[in-house]
Every structure is written in C-alpha cells, then in structure tokens.
Design a protein around this ligand. Structure first.
Ligand code: HEM
Length: 525
C-alpha cells in the first residue's frame, strides 16, 4: 500500500536528463554570478592582477598539476608582478607583494597578530605542529613551550653532538677519497642535518644514524625528494598526508617505498611520544625537561590536549621535516659556489688555516662566528640558494595592512616569496653571482643588505631552528674546507643547482644527478 504514493511521487518527478540539465544550468549560473561578484564587488576587486586568477583558484591547481616544473604557479606569480607591478591579486582571496620593504609589515613580530592561511599551514600534513598551527595565540603558546630547546644556549650545550656527527661525515669523505669515488654531496649532508636534529631533539633513541648506514641515507634522500614532489598535490588537497599516514603499511609500500619510510618515521615518533609520556613522571631535574623535546612539551604549561601522543608526534615530524634538507641544500650551495669560484675558496682556506692550525682539533663555535670571510660565504650561500620557493601567506585578523596607496582588508591572506626576494635584481646587483663581499662589514651597502637578509624569515613565524642551523653550517663548512680538497665532478649549474621546480624548497632539474664532488686531498693527522 505505502509504496504507491512514493511511486506516484517518483513518476511525477522530471526525468533524470532534465534533472541533470537543471543541475548543470544552476551550477553555471552560480559560477557566473560568483565570477562577476569576484571581479566587481569583492573587497579585493580593485587590486591589480589577471581577471582569470581573480575569478578562480583552480588556475593555480591547473598550473601546478599540468604546466610542467618551470611553469608552475610560483613562476606564474613572478610573471604577474612583471606585468601588474609589486602588488597583485593572485587568486580570488589572496594578495602577493614583491617588495622587500613590505616584509617587516607582513611578517611582523611584537604585538602584531598574524594567523597562518590554512592551505599554507597544512602543506606538511601536520596541522597541530607549530608549522601547521593556524591561530596566532595557539601558535605562540606551542612555540613558547619548545623555543628554549632550540635556544643558542641549548645548542651550545649540545655542540658535542654536532662535532661527533661531523666526524662521521668526514669519515664518509675520507672513504670516498680512498676509493677514488665521486659523491652526490647532498646525500651525506642531508644525513648530517637529519642525524644532528634527531639526536639533539629526540635523544639517542630517536637518532636515525644515517651517517652510519649509507643505504638508509640514500633511501631517506629519495623519500625527501618524493615528499617534496608531492607538495603541489598536498597544497591543493590537505587531507592527503593525514590520510596516507593512516593507511595499512602494505598499501603504502605498494604506492611508494620512499613514502613508506616517511610514514614509518612518523609512526615511530608516535611511539617515542608515548614512551615519553610513560616515563615522564619517573624523571627528575634537568632530564625531566631536556631528555628530549617531548619531555620539554610535557614539562610545559601547555594544556592537556597539546600533550597528547598525536599532537606531540606531529610537532616532532613538523620540526624534523623542516630541518635536514634545509641544511643540506644550503651547504650544497655553499660547496658548489666555493668550488666554482676559486679565489673565494682560496681566501676561505687561508682564513681557516689561521683560525684552525690543527684541522683535527676541536674548535669553538664562537671562534668561527668571529671569522668575517666564513660568515660572508655562509650568508651569500643562504641568499643565492634561495631555498624556499613557495609563498608564505599570513592573515592579520583585525588590522588593515597598508602598502603604498593600498589598504588591505583584515583577514586577507597576504604573501611574499623568499626565493624571489633573494634573487631580485632590484635589491641585489648581479643576483646570480656569488659575491660574499656583500656581507663584509666594510662594504658601504652592508647595513642595507643585512636589512634584506631574511633566509630564516622574520616575525612570529620565523625559523625556530636558526641557532641549530647556524651552528651546523659554521662547523661543517669550516671542518670540510680545512681538512679536504674537493673538485666538482660534472656539475652543470643550470641542471644541478638553480631552482627549477617549486616543491616548497626549490629543486633542480629532474635530469640532475646531484652536485657530485671528488675528494682529491686530505690533510694528514
Ligand atoms: C639553513 C637552514 C634553514 C633555513 C634556511 C630555514 C628557513 C626557515 C624558514 C624561511 C621558515 C619559515 C617558513 C614559513 O613560514 O613558510 C622556517 C620555519 C621553520 N623552521 Fe627552519 N630553516 C632552516 C633550518 C631549520 C632547522 C635545522 C630546523 C630544526 C630545528 C628548522 C625548523 C623550523 C621550524 C619548526 C619552522 C616552523 C616555525 C614556525 O612556524 O613557528 N629549520 N625555517
């Protein structure tokens, strides 16, 4: 009985093709009205930029997926600035600025409130780590809980770890010399950055010991590359990484062995976080706070949900993925540019010989920090490496940010791109040339140049690993250059060094075999 009225209702409905046609017509009408609104009445409608990007964000997605490495949206933004000027509306919601003088307004510290734009925050798949935290206040609290762990004092306390790992790195190069083999130097440098980070932050139990296991180091390197190549996908679909992490391991392995290693590291961090919770009450004194970063979090006054396993593991992964390859890329750039510029290398060797008469003896970080040429070489390497190619959008929830005659409404995502700033010909004469003199204090432009030196960002969201990064870079470059003579082995700058692909960090061309070097001499003990 009861089925008849339903049947009658079904029969009275329009046929499926008519329903479909109505749906398509309504969708087109909606898209049309939305497009007209976005270019006329939207609060950003007056800002310069292409109409297409003002109308739809899918253009970015299309370029990132289909346009090929050198043509993705990050490169399109540069072309938009050439055409429309230093402020551009790059999608319906977001403004991009290309002017170093605006940097401190956008990436402000102090009392300025800056939320991270969610699509940018979620690119790592760790929404609860400090990198992925959107809300300003939550970010401040989570960051304050661990910032002491990465303070200069804390890093100096652990200089022994850095020294020990650099010795292992030197062993890798000594062995390569004995065997007459060339090395893709980014692999051992990534192993160094990762091992130092892991031991400093997670304790000996968390150390991946990549410097002792060449196969694992090579797989980790491939994993990082695989992860970087997923960046355009994750940027558009933020659920991909959290979803992938929960899949059964056999499925992940079938998709990619490299991804499987990343996921196993992430799961291992959960185990370490759980172990820290279990043993925390039994620890005392310094150990309770510094045994590893999880104990630092557990000892902090963060709320209980911020001390749960899932969140702490995300924090660990968020810092881990920000650490190793940034160091490796910067050091690789330094090694390449030094050896492509023999007079710069010669001057550095002379300076180091004076400061480190015995290349095998311990050297204090402070001694190296006082060396002007080494410092200048490192700064120029960080500039020319132009490491971070993805824009960093922030939102000022209550403030109207002002740029020239433009007033940007509160809550608008506004971004700038570090790599474009680092290589901007208006700021840096001959930007693609390696000129450490830019960073010598006697240079009349030194003060101005330092004002635009922002490889670690500024403001509330700057790099928390800055002290660890400087410490490693000073000690590693000094030890390597003082102890060994290297030669570049079939390195082509356009293929192996310069940014060609935007994967958050810039990557060279796909046909690159890496920056390969041979060790031709080693100082006797
Ligand atoms: C040469 C080496 C490094 C460079 C050039 C560098 C650069 C940067 C930059 C530019 C940012 C801001 C990114 C953004 O907001 O989009 C950042 C953030 C970050 N870096 Fe580094 N970094 C380096 C090494 C490290 C190391 C060794 C660690 C590990 C301790 C680390 C951990 C982090 C973390 C956790 C963040 C997020 C901070 C936050 O959002 O509060 N970095 N880094």
């Amino acid at each position: 009985m009861g089925a008849f009225p339903l049947l009658a209702l079904w029969q009275s409905l329009p046929s499926i093709p008519i329903l479909l046609a109505a749906f398509v017509a309504i969708s087109i009408l909606y898209a049309l009205v939305l497009a007209i609104y976005r270019v006329t009445l939207h609060p950003l409608a007056r800002f310069p930029g292409p109409k297409l990007t003002a109308v739809t964000g899918w253009y970015e997605c299309f370029l990132d997926f289909f346009a090929g490495p050198g043509e993705t949206f990050a490169f399109a933004i540069e072309r938009m600035h050439e055409r429309y000027g230093s402020i551009v509306r790059i999608n319906p919601h977001e403004i991009h600025v290309s002017d170093p003088d605006f940097f401190d307004t956008l990436y402000a510290g102090g009392s300025a409130r800056r939320d991270k734009y969610p699509p940018a925050a979620h690119v790592q798949g760790t929404p609860e780590g400090i990198f992925g935290t959107v809300d300003h206040q939550t970010h401040r609290k989570r960051r304050a809980a661990i910032s002491g762990y990465f303070s200069k004092q804390s890093i100096l306390q652990d200089q022994g770890i850095v020294d020990e790992k650099i010795e292992l790195l030197c062993d890798v190069f000594s062995k390569a010399k004995r065997e007459g083999k060339e090395l893709n130097i980014r692999v051992p440098l990534l192993a160094l950055g990762t091992d130092v980070f892991c031991q400093h932050t997670l304790g000996p139990r968390g150390c991946m010991d990549l410097l002792k296991d060449w196969d694992r180091a090579a797989t980790w390197r491939a994993s990082i590359i695989a992860l970087l190549h997923w960046t355009p996908v994750v940027r558009q679909f933020s659920w991909v990484m959290p979803f992938a992490v929960e899949l059964p391991m056999w499925i992940i392995k079938a998709i990619s062995q490299e991804l499987a290693l990343v996921v196993s590291i992430f799961r291992d961090l959960r185990i370490q976080a759980a172990a820290a919770i279990a043993e925390h009450d039994s620890l005392e004194g310094e150990q309770k706070v510094r045994a590893n970063v999880f104990h630092t979090i557990l000892s902090s006054n963060l709320e209980a949900h911020d001390k749960e396993v899932k969140r702490m593991a995300q924090e660990g992964f968020s810092i881990l993925s920000a650490s190793g390859d940034t160091i490796a890329r910067s050091m690789t750039a330094a090694m390449y540019h030094l050896h492509a510029n023999p007079p710069v290398l010669k001057r550095l060797k002379e300076e180091l010989k004076q400061a480190m008469p015995n290349p095998y003896a311990h050297v204090d970080l402070a001694t190296l920090e006082a060396l002007p040429w080494l410092t200048a070489v490192l700064k120029e390497s960080l500039r020319i490496a132009a490491l971070i190619t993805t824009r960093a959008p922030l939102q000022a929830p209550t403030e109207w940010m002002r740029y020239q005659e433009w007033a940007i409404p509160p809550n608008t995502p506004v971004s700038m791109t570090l790599s474009s700033m680092a290589l901007d010909a208006k700021t840096w004469p001959e930007p693609m040339r390696f000129i450490p003199e830019r960073w010598m204090e006697e240079n009349s432009e030194y003060k101005r140049n330092m004002g635009y030196f922002v490889p670690f960002h500024r403001g509330h969201r700057n790099c928390i690993g800055i002290n660890l990064a400087w410490c490693q870079m000073y000690l590693t470059l000094a030890k390597l250059i003082r102890r060994f003579d290297f030669e570049l082995y079939d390195v082509v700058r356009e293929r192996d060094i310069d940014n060609y692909r935007d994967c958050f960090l810039g990557e060279p061309r796909d046909d690159s075999l890496g920056v390969r070097m041979k060790v031709v001499a080693e100082e006797a003990r």
